[in-house]
Design a protein around this ligand. Structure first.
Ligand code: TYM
Length: 269
């Protein structure tokens, strides 16, 4: 079975990327043929500085290695160095229903956020992602929840292509982490933690311990003061519980018990 996944070199990489995607990669590489890409062409759909982008690509390679992607077991590469990604994108463009693209949540969000730069690449972005995945006859795509919709579209595109031209592509499946598939923002726990939002919203993998402490202490919590996991009613503390649980290896139940009778500030410390 083959695994393919990637991260955009836009902005700072954060614990959402780590817990939602990279942690799954490290596990999967033990038993599957894994390909992990730095998807630099995707990063061109939002405003960027060409020189900084080069540094950000290298930084992502450093993260892959430091987080435990083993180059003896997995393939690591830069998307733009394999020209077939863009070639296949064009062919897939011709079978993708345009209406499906305008319905994508990420397109809607990003076109709101980058109002002055709603370029065609932003709209066609999921087709490039489909090309990334289908090019390698991928079985499994480990991603965070926000990318599930794009993997669904990839499946639709592959089916359409296969129907018209005969069986060509494998139909891949998204794989989400049981816990951590959607780490929320520290400044607004009803939104996902994001690289393109203010730095206070994320814990960056390159943040110093002091910066991390400060961000956690300032993280928005909910009314009340009981440490209880309830994402609907208490999204702030539930998000912090998820993060703590995943990094400490302790269950949320254990943590709730440990902090029984204590307040948010004790918990954050
Ligand atoms: P990107 O670069 O935005 O994010 C990289 C990975 O991190 C996951 N992720 C999160 N997981 C949990 N909580 C969060 N707050 C969070 N934020 C991000 C993402 O779901 C993703 O798995 N389009 C993709 C990159 C891509 C790709 C691919 C992925 C391009 N081609 C082919 C898989 C296969 C993206 O923008 O991810």
């Amino acid at each position: 079975m083959r695994v393919f996944s990637g991260i955009q070199p836009t902005g700072a990489i954060h614990i959402g990327n780590y817990l939602g995607a990279i942690r799954q990669w490290i596990e999967l590489q033990q038993n599957y043929e894994c390909i992990f890409c730095i998807v630099d062409l995707h990063a061109l759909t939002v405003p960027y500085d060409p020189q900084t982008l080069k540094d950000l690509i290298l930084e992502k390679a450093i993260v892959y290695l430091a987080a435990g992607v083993d180059p003896e077991k997995s393939i690591i590469f830069i998307q733009s160095e394999v020209k077939e990604h863009t070639e296949l994108t064009w062919l897939l463009n011709t079978v993708t229903p345009a209406g499906d693209l305008t319905r994508m949540t990420q397109y809607k969000e990003k076109s709101r956020k980058f109002k002055k730069n709603v370029n065609a690449g932003l709209l066609n972005y999921p087709i490039l992602m489909a090309a990334d995945i289908l090019l390698y006859q991928t079985d499994i795509v480990p991603v965070g929840e926000d990318q599930k919709q794009h993997v669904e579209l990839t499946r639709t595109i592959a089916r359409k292509f296969n129907q018209r031209f005969g069986k060509t592509f494998k139909i891949p499946e998204a794989k989400l982490a049981k816990s951590g598939a959607k780490i929320m923002s520290l400044t607004d726990p009803t939104k996902k933690m994001s690289k393109t939002d203010v730095p206070e919203n994320y814990i960056g993998l390159f943040d110093t311990p002091e910066q991390i402490k400060e961000k956690v202490m300032k993280a928005v919590t909910d009314t009340g003061k009981i440490i209880k996991y309830n994402p609907q009613k208490k999204p702030g503390i539930s998000n912090l519980l998820t993060i703590y649980s995943l990094f400490s290896g302790r269950t949320i139940k254990e943590l709730e018990k440990k902090f029984k009778g204590k307040g948010y500030s004790d918990f954050k410390k």
